[in-house]
Design a protein around this ligand. Sequence first.
Ligand code: TYD
Length: 217
Amino acid sequence: MQRTPGALFVVLEGGDGAGKSTQAARLATHLQERGREVVRTREPGGTPIGEKLRSLVLDHGHGEVDARTEALLFAAARAAHVEQLILPALARGATVICDRYIDSSVAYQGVGRGLGTEQVLAVNRWATGGLRPDLTILLDVDPRAGRDRRTQGDATEDRLESEPDSFHARIRQAFLDRAGNEDGAYLVLDASLAVEDLAGQICAAVDALGHPEGSTP
Ligand code: TYD
């Protein structure tokens, strides 16, 4: 499937409680006000099969889920997501704003579960046909601050979120390593900044990617 000029694939990454969904919503509104078609989506999920895989891999009560099974469930959900939702949107020239993508699997399964960065990258490159984001925004969050934020109002934690702070500290470092080493484009922001500051920086970075003539009013 061909990408239409002007299409953009933007990913938000970061630890649990980093505020990704708030920023995804702000960015979507910013772009829609400028006449862009925006598709806001998340992983795991985004398709009927992906939502089923999401509940299999995240809900408590499915018994033991070993690390490889976990990694493959995330990768399977991602394959469906790319094929059924992301590529068709990019072919229409839309901007896709995706909450989490391959770097989450590298951080949580590759590093957090110890499966290895290269192995997890290889499985996911195959699953996605090598589709890479045009920009990845990493909201860098202190694990303790992230836990405080996500458990506000007594919200229950899923299987991954309920891992100890030491697990989340390794995830944090893994995301920073990805942003430092990858040849892709990254914007790393301190998630403790005010919502408005973060939104301003994110919108400016996405605007700076430029919209080829004719794609934006
Ligand atoms: P998320 O949807 O961000 O959580 P929330 O329930 O707050 O919306 O992500 C769900 C969890 O899945 C999160 O703890 C990170 C984990 N995850 C992985 O371990 N690997 C992956 O590849 C992805 C996409 C998520």
